[in-house]
Design a protein around this ligand. Structure first.
Ligand SMILES: [Zn+2]
Length: 138
């Protein structure tokens, strides 16, 4: 995402001019990486539920790279900065996967489902990273 390397419709259109650059999920705007991960209505709803720490400002809007730097700057002073950055990355990834599910299989996920999947993955990572903290008492 940082270098707009995601195979979005806009990127595909730049190589294959007969392919429409318009987002297949919302049909509103060209699907750039920023649109796909943040701006598309389902994606925006997911970030909205996570709070303002992850919302791009007017300075970073439309630039995934600036947006990521902005989020890192906002959360790095938090005592739980690692958790917040993990949430950011997992959420972006869990938004990308349902986008593909929609394009290739016609299936849609609700923002709540996307967040639940990101949360489950976060817990799995916690168990791997901190096996003693999450194991049951014995
Ligand atoms: Zn869209």
């Amino acid at each position: 995402m940082s270098h707009d390397g995601l195979p979005t419709m806009e990127r595909l259109h730049s190589r294959l001019s007969h392919v429409s650059p318009i987002c297949t999920r919302c049909s509103l705007l060209p699907e750039s990486a920023f649109h796909c991960i943040f701006e598309c209505p389902v994606s925006a709803a997911v970030w909205s539920k996570l709070g303002q720490k992850f919302t791009p400002s007017s300075l970073s809007a439309e630039s995934p790279w600036k947006w990521m730097n902005e989020v890192i700057t906002r959360v790095q002073s938090s005592p739980d900065s690692k958790r917040r950055l993990l949430t950011f990355g997992l959420t972006a990834w869990k938004i990308w996967l349902p986008r593909n599910l929609f394009i290739f299989e016609g299936k849609s996920l609700l923002p709540e489902e996307i967040l639940a999947h990101a949360g489950s993955l976060s817990l799995e990572i916690d168990k791997i990273a901190n096996p003693l903290c999450t194991s049951s008492s014995s």
